[in-house]
Write a protein that binds this ligand. Sequence first.
Ligand SMILES: Nc1ncnc2c1ncn2[C@@H]1O[C@H](COP(=O)(O)OP(=O)(O)OP(=O)(O)O)[C@@H](O)[C@H]1O
Length: 347
Amino acid sequence: MIRLEHVTKTFQTKDGDVHAVKDVSLDIKEGQIYGIIGFSGAGKSTLVRCINLLERPEDGKVIFDGKNLLELSPSELRAERQKMGMIFQHFNLLRAKTIYENIALPLRMMKKDKKEIDRKVIELLELIDLVERKDSYPSQLSGGQKQRVAIARALASDPKVLLCDEATSALDPQTTQSILKLIKKVNKEMNITVVMITHEMLVVKEICDRVAVMENGRVVEKNDIVPIFVNPIEEITQNFINTTNNSNKINELIAQKHPLTQLEPNQQLVRLKYTSANTKEALISQISRNYGVDCSIVFGNVEVIKDAPLGTLVTVFTGEDGKIKEALERCREEGVYVEVLKRGHID
Ligand SMILES: Nc1ncnc2c1ncn2[C@@H]1O[C@H](COP(=O)(O)OP(=O)(O)OP(=O)(O)O)[C@@H](O)[C@H]1O
């Protein structure tokens, strides 16, 4: 649905060139919720603004529905842009207009007749559950309610894509959850492709199907959501994932030589990660039995990603070196991610 090919955007400033986006290629499929995560200044906002050409890349292609937007005439581009709604961190509602009028605005610009505008605005007010507030002004609403109105306004022109630039960053955790639920509903029930810009891995974990990690203008890692949580490659990705759980605490304990991480010569400290797909069998008890290896759990955590559990166990395997190796190989064959954190005999 959206394909970015080698997109590059540089800003000329009085202090020199700022390379905000460098050679980024992404393929966002129809119906996906695609996350783009990075720290402040990584280039996320610039990248998402390149998708609807609010920023014009100086290099690369922006292909939407098969057309390279950079090659379209201004009127053709306007028509394509109508198929992309956008919401922002600070909502960007018109303060002097009522909620009803804010949502009606795109329809008035499209010169729709009064009856159709009324039908559509009421339908959207029902979707966001704010019918009774239609005559209020933005200043009379909470942050979460304002973002709901912004979503309704973005959907008024029946877009195929919703671009969300830090849509939950100004909201408290509970309101964030309700906005994410609404975005998920819009995605599933209205079949709208969503691009989510965020600096919060919790947001990605909650609703995204796929994620690209940005650092210094580049995409340094991209993957579907489960594999990226099971086996993040880049350090920055690992750091983002560590913000959603404390399974990496074990690395600190190892560095501090904490008693929990002191091993006998015949022991290894191992991290196992598994999804519901590879836990049908009682793997750990099977391994203990079949390989004569004892397995004790130091730390356990289960999180739910895309409605499926992802478990992490930090365990001490006790047994002969060769047997532990075979046992871990068996785990890998079952699709369990295995990482040996520390070996007793190296101490
Ligand atoms: N209009 C502009 N003119 C000059 N430099 C810009 C402009 N817009 C963005 N930049 C610079 O480009 C880089 C990337 O900014 P961008 O806003 O895309 O990052 P971001 O990841 O979205 O960060 P944040 O979440 O803080 O907005 C930054 O160094 C920023 O200062």
